[in-house]
Ligand binder design. Structure first.
Ligand SMILES: [Zn+2]
Length: 68
């Protein structure tokens, strides 16, 4: 189980994948490159992705939001 988790994160962290994500995350309001936050919730095996514009001070996207 642990080995599988490590493989998963290595795949998600390859540079090509990272560039693809960033290219889709410029702020539509000001054009600033959004800061991405990836929070891993081990209890539910989910990775939460948030895009945040430091200029507009607003979150523009949130994925895999699995909280009760
Ligand atoms: Zn902005």
């Amino acid at each position: 189980m642990e080995a599988n988790k490590i493989q998963y994160f290595e795949k998600a962290d390859v540079p090509r994948h990272r560039e693809f994500i960033i290219s889709q995350n410029n702020c539509v309001l000001c054009g600033t490159v959004l800061e991405l936050k990836h929070t891993t919730d081990k209890s539910v095996d989910e990775v939460k992705e948030e895009a945040f514009c430091p200029h507009c001070d607003v979150k523009t996207r949130s994925r895999n939001h699995v909280l009760n």
